[in-house]
Write a protein that binds this ligand. Structure first.
Ligand SMILES: N[C@@H](CCC(=O)N[C@@H](CS)C(=O)NCC(=O)O)C(=O)O
Length: 218
């Protein structure tokens, strides 16, 4: 069963990629059917439309499939962007996209090796925390002179990046609290306290045929 006329989002509540996709749907005001996935029991319907089998996956009402979180963000905001997430107040959208890309390539590998060090052979978590900290220092430099990464208001870069900084911070909260990244701490706290995150983190039961949930009902 499908909720008539709505796009379908395969999602996992705690996945930072899925979080940022959900937050962009909230900002754009796009309702969808949310299918909460348990990663070790991925639904066949999701794998059939996206064999790489990562969440999030968005299937549009006409059938098109978008299975990269940043692409989902860009698609949602291209429909409707009332908070101007695609138009950073300071700097260009290309610079914002580049910082998101840098987060994936330079920060995420260290985050994974710090947080999940037991899943990697011969990895020293502390070394990866230092390397991840070097990336936080880049954010800190920007946030020392403006409240968000690209100016006075949050844009796509803030929303695409903070779920990963959250994971890094939560790995050892005492360390993060004592770290020299005070502006980054304040930025993260503000975004965690925001409406988009609250709506995006609402809990849904695991999807099964017959228990359809609608994400972001007004
Ligand atoms: N590049 C993808 C990455 C998505 C991703 O890696 N999601 C993780 C969960 S956080 C996943 O689905 N992993 C597959 C698995 O654990 O089986 C995107 O941006 O959407």
């Amino acid at each position: 069963m499908q909720v008539a006329g709505l796009p379908i989002l395969y999602s996992f509540r705690r996945c930072p990629y899925a979080m940022r996709a959900r937050m962009s749907l909230v900002s754009a005001g796009i309702r969808c059917e949310l299918r909460e996935v348990v990663l070790r029991e991925k639904p066949a319907a999701m794998i059939a439309i996206s064999p790489k089998a990562t969440v999030p996956v968005l299937q549009l009402a006409e059938g098109a499939v978008i299975d990269e979180s940043f692409e989902i963000m860009r698609w949602a905001l291209a429909q409707h962007d009332p908070e101007a997430w695609l138009n950073p107040a300071s700097g260009s959208s290309d610079a914002a996209f580049a910082l998101v890309e840098q987060t994936e390539t330079q920060f995420k590998p260290h985050l994974d090796r710090y947080k999940y060090h037991d899943r990697y052979p011969n990895v020293d978590a502390a070394e990866h925390r230092v390397a991840g900290g070097d990336f936080l220092a880049l954010l800190e430099e920007r946030l020392a002179v403006m409240p968000y990464l690209f100016g006075k208001q949050a844009c796509i870069a803030d929303m695409a990046i903070f779920p990963f900084v959250r994971q890094f911070a939560n790995t050892d909260r005492d360390w993060f609290r004592a770290s020299p990244y005070g502006h980054t701490q304040a930025w993260l706290a503000k975004l965690l306290d925001g409406m988009h995150f609250a709506v995006a983190m609402k809990k849904y039961p695991q999807w099964q045929n017959g228990n359809e949930s609608v994400f972001f009902p007004e």
